[in-house]
Design a protein. Structure first.
Lengths: 390, 243
């Protein structure tokens, strides 16, 4: 076994080294496929993260929606009476209202307005994000805001600055000034940078139709529920459904999957990644098949002088693995270098687990693509290859 | 009783084709002693290539026995035949002889490597053998950087380096000009005699029989005549120039 591997490695490495130009070209093709796959994976991760970031970082286990809203946040309306009912259910540690809408942030330097997610949360309750700089929101009616890291990066606003929001209420554009009290980490909501304001401030400044302008009852979209024991999510869900009327409940995971376009977006990108890997298999398979066809006589000589089939097969596998590893390494390095040139606003995230999975898949495409050629090499008859058969 | 390095007994090889059964080799019995260089001649289709393939353990005979150092090849399975080819047989072929990505010396060392016998002494022997074949300056050249004659000489070195019992050469001069062809066969014959190997060369070129000890003539799958002794070979074959 050891001798077989030693001879196979010797033959494989010698051939690669003596034909390094040709093999490097294939490695570069694999590098480009790697670059593409890693970027698709990173784009998927970035877009997915941009869509779910706030929800996925919530210090909550359940989200309560209005019944028949199909767990779509924008389609759900829940009033304060439901919040009180939810807080009374056994097993619920805390619950907070979340109101969602969009607004335009007018940066101080007359730059282009930035579309932001305007989120109303209850200070001190579930839903208010932790700050990495500054302080948390003080009261339900304060003219304060916490901005997320993306908003801070794009607008160059800092703690203590005053931000200006433009919203449409009725038929008029209204402008609201809020003092920035804190900056939280990345908390994008549905691919928009976010601004968190006290719930009642949110209700006052959010975009409204003419009919809503004079409405007096603040209505949230959903309620965010933190449990005393997170392992009891199923039991508390059942109690919530039984004790509070006209609601439906989702776990954080279910809520993320129900975000508009989230699943479709991910499956599109996963399909693209899958197809790229498939193309990689075909490209590598095609190259090695052509290569084997070109060296039928050479393999025939090797077999005729007593090289066993496992040696021929192992040499082919080692060669494929070497070429693939070099290609993936070059591609990985290129991806890393290229990623350094992207601004944080581009939704590309090189997540360790996703990238590792993509790299493992890429390392497998070589041997997978080369399977046919290895089988072909093993079946070469020395007699026919050498033209000795009559 | 003489102990032959190679002995075949009533070897028959038949093929089935659309036109019926073809007898490619028909009851061939021959013996080759160690240190003897034999030519196998005959017109196209006479069965000499099939016979060579059988002797090389690349093809199973339909019946008969092939004894190499007393070991019967006909009953061996694929794995045993691969080992036998690696350990006891040396080859040179008409073309595509060498592994193109290995240098001259690496091609020769490959046989030792395959047999797990590549040590310092083996490496030295490979260099000496190539130097003796006039390739001392070409040790690190790739096959593509050498002429046809030089490649054949590397193949000869590879065929002999692992001390095989039997050395087989299939038309070793087919792609060479006359002068180089004579040089190659003369060197080949000299080494076979000197090292005490049994050598068989298949050739169309009867002039090359000048350097062999015996000529086995085949026709229609049968061994029809054996020429023995330098005078008979020269008179009947080389100068007469007939199959």
């Amino acid at each position: 076994m050891r001798q077989m591997l030693s001879i196979s490695s010797y033959l494989a490495v010698k051939e690669v080294w003596r034909n390094r130009g040709r093999f490097l070209l294939v490695s570069l093709v694999i590098a480009l496929i790697t670059l593409l796959v890693l970027f698709i994976a990173a784009l998927g991760e970035g877009l997915g993260n941009g869509n779910r970031e706030y929800i996925s970082k919530l210090d909550a286990e359940l989200i309560v929606y209005q019944a028949k809203s199909d767990t779509v946040i924008a389609a759900s309306r829940l009033g304060r009476n439901r919040l009180a009912a939810v807080r009374r259910v056994e097993g619920v540690a805390d619950a907070g209202m979340l109101g969602t809408s969009s607004a335009s942030l007018l940066p101080p330097n007359d730059a282009e307005p930035i579309k932001v997610a305007l989120l109303g949360v209850e200070p001190g309750h579930t839903g208010e994000p932790p700050v990495v700089q500054g302080a948390r929101l003080s009261t339900d009616l304060a003219q304060e805001a916490i901005i997320d890291a993306n908003t801070a990066y794009r607008s160059k606003l800092q703690v203590g600055d005053t931000l200006t929001l433009r919203v449409t209420q009725g038929t008029r554009d209204e402008f609201y000034d809020l003092r920035i009290v804190g900056i939280t980490g990345g908390q994008q909501f549905q691919l928009q940078p976010s601004i968190f304001v006290p719930f009642y401030t949110w209700d006052r400044i959010r975009p409204k139709s003419e009919a809503e302008i004079n409405g007096s009852t603040p209505v949230a979209n959903v309620l965010l529920v933190k449990l005393k024991d997170p392992t009891q999510a199923e039991a508390v869900s059942a109690r919530l459904a039984a004790q509070v009327d006209n609601i439906e409940i989702a776990t954080i995971r279910q809520a993320i999957e129900a975000l508009p376009g989230y699943s479709a977006q991910l499956s599109t990108l996963n399909t693209q990644g899958g197809f790229t890997l498939f193309i990689g298999i075909l490209v590598i398979g095609g190259f090695f098949q052509i290569q084997i066809l070109q060296k039928v006589a050479q393999i025939g000589v090797l077999k005729a002088i007593g090289t066993a089939n496992p040696v021929v097969a192992a040499a082919a596998i080692i060669q494929i693995v070497v070429v693939t590893v070099i290609g993936v390494a070059i591609g990985g390095l290129l991806s890393f270098l290229l990623s350094l040139t992207f601004p944080p606003t581009v939704p590309i995230i090189f997540n360790g687990a996703t990238s590792a999975l993509a790299i493992v898949a890429l390392l497998l495409i070589g041997p997978l693509g080369g399977l046919v050629s290895i089988r072909y090499a093993v079946r070469i008859e020395p007699l026919k290859a050498l033209g000795l058969s009559s | 009783m003489t102990a032959y390095a190679l002995e075949t007994k009533s070897v028959i090889k038949t093929y089935n084709s659309d036109s019926g059964v073809i007898q490619a080799v028909d009851d061939v019995s021959l013996q080759v002693a160690a240190g003897e260089f034999v030519a196998l001649v005959g017109p196209s289709g006479s069965g000499k290539t099939t016979m060579l393939s059988i002797l090389a353990a690349l093809l199973q005979p339909s019946s008969g026995q092939i004894l190499l150092d007393g070991q019967d090849l006909s009953g061996m399975d694929d794995r045993e035949r691969v080992s036998l080819r690696r350990e006891k047989i040396g080859f040179t072929f008409q073309a595509n002889n060498l592994v193109p990505y290995l240098s001259a010396v690496e091609n020769v060392e490959l046989m030792l490597r395959l047999n797990g016998r590549l040590d310092k002494a083996g490496k030295l022997r490979a260099r000496e053998l190539l130097a003796r074949l006039g390739l001392g300056e070409r040790l690190n050249n790739l096959p593509g950087q050498m002429s046809g004659g030089q490649q054949q000489r590397v193949a000869i070195a590879r065929a002999l380096i692992h001390n095989p019992s039997l050395v087989l050469a299939d038309e070793p001069t087919a792609s060479l000009d006359t002068e180089r062809a004579y040089q190659v066969v003369e060197t080949f014959a000299g080494l076979i005699h000197e090292q005490g190997r049994a050598g068989i060369m298949v050739t169309h070129d009867l002039r090359m029989c000048e350097y062999v000890d015996r000529v086995l003539q085949m026709q229609d799958g049968r061994l029809v005549r054996i020429y023995t002794g330098h005078d008979e070979i020269m008179k009947e074959l080389v100068q007469g120039g007939r199959h």
